[in-house]
Design a protein around this ligand. Structure first.
Ligand code: EPU
Length: 430
């Protein structure tokens, strides 16, 4: 196993190209199960979650060809093989196998999902949706058993606005009989991306991207080609990095409209940002003081919870007191103790982190406990004086494609090193 070593204080400059969206990819790949002929997805990110899902499709009999960033899945010989354990536990998004397998085979056995520990992450709304479509759903020894004689369209009101439940219900409903209406649906761009793929496969979906989605079930879905959207969270992370440690960073292959809440906040802080079609330029911050701001995470198009942790690192250098409140995951604060090790002046109060700045961060040994906490610590390491060691690299590699190479390309001094025996022992005992 490896850790990241970051020599801080070197200004970043240049262009970074954003990869395909992780949170789309992890739904698009299971969605291919629903077709009867090969589906090609272009522009996938090179991250471990994609590799794990590729392996899971192969376990159920899919023929998968993955070349660079393009994946072709031939789902014609897939079977509804139970997947109670193993790889499904390695990522949260394995729950999309439930909707896709149920839609195609009317039955599935899928282990409860893993993923980042952000406090409780129930899937009751997914289950409510499957049941409304006519499936029986039981939880037996850590695996969800789904079975339906037939799936019938239904009107489903989500009690919680959930990205995962919205997509999962869409996956099951596209091959149900009749019309499904999802009310209080999530509106994230990844939902539109999945609906676009399904529509290209022959599904009839209207309203994706609004809070009411109408799906008219069809008997069969066919293969197609689909290009994934750019990763708004990866883009947002590099935009924040540009503000935190940049001297002119161009972020290429972005849909700026997906990041309006972040860009507005950065401008409020005094960050110089220019937008041009599919690029965002973060101007040099040298000699500029950043103002403290408050943020509250909300469902899209509000400020994304996935950028809350990286943004907190930036706020350590702004003047005054900032308050970051996470209304989606009230316990998504595992990065705070690590930032404190790096001399940040932060405390957690309930669902909020209170940050006093500006503080010059200092290099330290820190641990990434989840994906976006890892991104926050990388940003902090690049802002810090001295060397920062970040363990938990495997979390970061679940979501950031070629992060070391991309940062080196911007002039950062960052490298991988093998864990020492002592560090390996500490990981095992943690
Ligand atoms: N919730 C329920 N019941 C449910 C589903 C969700 O109570 O059945 C709650 C959750 O506990 C949470 C809120 O509803 O408080 C929103 O959860 P949502 O279902 O929208 O989250 P998710 O689909 O599990 C996706 C992303 C997360 C991102 C959230 C919120 C994927 C694979 N994951 O998770 O991404 O934080 O939406 O935008 O798409 C990440 O990329 O680092 C990440 C964690």
């Amino acid at each position: 196993m490896e850790k990241l070593m970051i020599a801080g204080g070197y200004p970043l400059k240049g262009t970074v190209r954003i990869s395909g969206a992780k949170n789309s990819a992890v739904a698009l790949i299971p969605a291919t199960i629903l077709a009867e002929s090969p589906v090609t997805i272009e522009g996938l990110p090179d991250i471990s979650d994609v590799q794990i899902l590729k392996g899971l499709l192969e376990e159920v009999g899919g023929k998968v060809h993955f070349d660079q960033n393009d994946m072709t899945v031939d789902p014609s010989s897939m079977i509804s093989m139970p997947l109670p354990n193993g790889k499904v536990k390695m990522l949260r998004a394995s729950y999309y196998l439930m909707g896709a397998m149920l839609g195609r085979f009317k039955k599935a056995v899928i282990g409860l999902p893993g993923g980042c520990h952000l406090g409780p992450r129930p899937i009751d709304q997914h289950i409510k949706g499957f049941e409304a479509l006519g499936a029986s759903v039981t939880n037996e020894q850590g695996a969800i058993y789904l079975r339906a004689d037939e799936l019938r369209g239904a009107r489903i009101y989500l009690d919680v606005v959930s990205v995962g439940a919205t997509i999962n219900i869409m996956l099951a409903a596209v091959r149900a009989k009749g019309r499904t209406i999802i009310e209080n649906a999530a509106k994230e761009p990844e939902i539109i991306d999945v609906a676009t793929l399904l529509s290209n496969m022959g599904a009839k979906i209207k309203g994706a991207g609004t809070d009411v989605i109408r799906i008219d079930g069809v008997e069969n879905l066919h293969g197609c080609r689909h290009t994934i959207i750019p990763d708004r969270i990866e883009a947002g992370t590099y935009i924040i990095l540009g503000a935190a440690a940049g001297q002119g960073v161009l972020i290429d292959n972005v849909i700026p409209q997906h990041l309006e809440s972040l860009i507005a906040k950065l401008r409020e802080m005094g960050v110089n940002i220019e937008i041009n079609d599919d690029q965002v330029f973060v101007g040099s911050q040298e000699g500029r003081k950043l103002k403290a701001v408050d943020i509250k995470t909300l469902v899209y198009p509000g400020f994304p919870t996935d950028l809350q942790q990286p943004f907190t690192s930036l706020l350590t250098k702004s003047e005054g007191t900032s308050i970051v409140t996470d209304t989606i995951y009230g316990a998504r604060f595992k990065h705070i103790d690590e930032l404190r090790r790096m001399s940040a002046d932060i405390k957690v109060e309930g669902r909020s982190a209170v940050i006093h700045g500006p503080v010059q961060l200092q290099g330290a040994k820190v641990k990434a406990s989840d994906l976006r906490a890892g991104a926050a610590l990388v940003i902090a390491g690049l802002m810090a004086e001295g060397v920062t060691e970040v363990t938990g690299l495997e979390h970061i590699e679940r979501g950031y494609s070629h992060i070391v190479e991309k940062l080196n390309g911007l002039g950062a001094t960052i490298w991988r090193e093998s864990l020492t025996t002592e560090e390996m022992d500490q990981m095992k005992n943690a």
